[in-house]
Design a protein around this ligand. Structure first.
Ligand SMILES: [Zn+2]
Length: 330
């Protein structure tokens, strides 16, 4: 992902696009049902809602494959493993292999992988993260390292790790409505300054859903959710497309005591996978580390985006927040 530099241009087009969107993420559950779940979550069963240690282990497992850059052996093996993990946790797995063309002409053997819970339910929440790694550490201070791929522990693996732990939880206690967990490919083979060069896998998914007539009430994207002491501000495009969903997530985080991490203010506009879903009519938000004082995580697109920068505490805060929202509404 990248910070949107042509901000005004995009804001104008997105505002037009979003004006046509009808907020449909209306699943709120009954007051009694929501209250019951909330009470048990906060007071007695907190450790069972979401395991931060498990999410951390899922991040480490991905990094152990090596950089998951499309067209590499590590990428292929990691993709097989992701599909098998979703299946192991009881999801109906939908595979979407596709060859995509990157901005530099490279043909990318990409693969979107979706795990579905209650596939027949018309009410659906889509959770997604990108699983590929950036081929170049082009933000590294050491020029010699800028042509090397990044480990993507935070940028890629953290969001996937949280979602794999959520899949594990859903395998133990299935949701009453529909949940889809989507790992999108080819997010990070982009060119700075060219907003169309990013999020190729998500764009393909949105234009060619692998399930006929696919739709979701709304979507939550997790990206760079494992950094130490990370702060999550509300993201601009998310705010236009799905303000009620942002409200719900940030309020949930506050109620769980994570208000110092989920800052209830707009940070910036980020070109990321969620924008492709918004364009396709699915209200979507992006939970992404960004701090107005210094931008993305300092290891972003550098050789330092490895396990040393991953905090199980942060994974746990994000995971518990999303999982609590999910349990109360789906
Ligand atoms: Zn990236």
């Amino acid at each position: 992902m990248t910070i949107t530099r042509t901000l005004y241009l995009l804001l104008t087009s997105l505002a037009t696009c979003c004006a046509a969107l009808c907020w449909s993420c209306t699943a709120k559950g009954t007051a009694a049902g929501a209250g019951t779940v909330t009470d048990s979550v906060v007071s007695t069963e907190k450790s069972e809602v979401f395991s931060a240690d498990s999410a951390y282990a899922y991040v480490a497992r991905q990094v152990a494959f090596g950089p998951r850059v499309p067209n590499t052996d590590a990428h292929m093996r990691a993709g097989e493993w992701l599909a098998s993990e979703l299946k192991r946790h009881g999801a109906v797995v939908v595979d979407q292999p596709v060859t995509l063309t990157a901005f530099d002409g490279t043909k990318l053997k990409a693969r979107n992988i979706m795990g579905r819970y209650n596939p027949d339910s018309p009410q659906r929440l889509l959770l997604l993260a990108h699983w590929d790694c950036r081929p170049w550490a082009d933000e590294d201070s050491d020029e010699a390292k800028r042509s090397e791929p990044v480990d993507g522990a935070n940028d890629g693996a953290s969001g996937v790790g949280v979602l794999l732990e959520i899949a594990r939880q859903l395998g133990i206690d299935s949701p009453s409505k529909g949940i889809d967990i989507l790992f999108v490919d080819a997010e990070d083979w982009g060119s700075e300054g060219d907003s169309d060069s990013w999020a190729l896998g998500a764009r393909h998914f949105a234009a060619h859903p692998p399930v006929e007539g696919y739709s979701a009430d709304c979507a939550i994207l997790l990206d760079m959710v494992g950094g130490k002491d990370a702060r999550f501000y509300r993201e601009y495009f998310s705010e236009n497309a799905a303000p009620e969903l942002s409200d719900a997530l940030w309020q949930t985080a506050g109620r769980l005591g994570h208000g110092e991490r989920f800052i209830n203010r707009i940070g910036t506009a980020v070109t990321d996978d969620h924008v492709e879903l918004i364009k396709a009519g699915i209200p979507a938000i992006d939970i992404i580390e960004y701090n107005p004082s210094h931008g993305f995580n300092e290891h972003w697109h550098t050789s330092h985006d490895n396990m040393e920068g991953i905090s199980s505490e942060t994974l746990g805060i994000v995971g518990e927040t999303v999982m609590t929202y999910l349990r109360e509404n789906y």
